[in-house]
Design a protein. Sequence first.
Length: 264
Amino acid sequence: MKAYLDLEAIGIVFPTARGPFRALQDINLKVNQGEFISLIGHSGCGKSTVLNIVAGLLDATEGLCLLKDKEVKGPGPDRAVVFQNHSLLPWLTVYQNVRLGVDKVMADKPKTERHDWVLHNLKLVHMEHAAEKRPGEISGGMKQRVGIARALAMQPDVLLMDEPFGALDALTRAHLQDSVMEIQAELGNTVLMITHDVDEAVLLSDRIVMMTNGPAATIGEILAVDLPRPRDRLQLAHEPRYHALRSQVLEFLYNRQMRPKEAA
Ligand SMILES: Nc1ncnc2c1ncn2[C@@H]1O[C@H](COP(=O)(O)OP(=O)(O)O)[C@@H](O)[C@H]1O
Ligand SMILES: [Mg+2]
């Protein structure tokens, strides 16, 4: 079976003042349609670089990135990105921020349909009540919800999220993680999400891609998260399998990546 999203031998070298810097080397990953993939690794290892290559914001020096068998060349509406720091336009209302993207990808659809679609997506993230507010009038968690609604409303083939909950307090993060799980269960989105939170990775993912430290970072291990869905964070806390998976990720990050020589 062909992969939906296919990263083949991706590498990238950045030119810097102190000479070329190899950030990534030989990244190989096949993602199936509807899969939820987390990318985890230490700060600075190259997670955002991978995501930006898939987004088309960066050009890989080597290798190929294929989405539905087509080479990714530059950004496109088939790949929506949610960043850690909500990138809403401050002078537009919540509704208008989402509408902007919808008008772009649904230009051929009647206005009423576009309007309904915006409201539908705001409902998915429980933000329809704040449609007329501006980003300055809502909390960080709410802004992140709107960012996710905006991305979902564009019906991308792949949803790319770079530490989408990283800037939020623990309770808000938990709520938003639950919303994302519900939405993904309903819509079957293909998601590539970056995180450095082990619990978040295990809770949300079908597979966790663990990256080695840079320079020349690559994929160290891929862990399949075989926990049944829907997943309930409180119930999982009592599941031995959840703790086993969690330990495997921690083991990789803390033993193998922090003390690679001793572990070898
Ligand atoms: N445009 C750039 N020019 C030079 N070096 C870069 C550039 N972007 C990222 N890097 C370097 O590549 C490595 C990976 O960065 P990044 O992907 O942002 O890491 P992460 O998201 O895992 O924290 C880091 O060492 C970073 O300094
Ligand atoms: Mg990053």
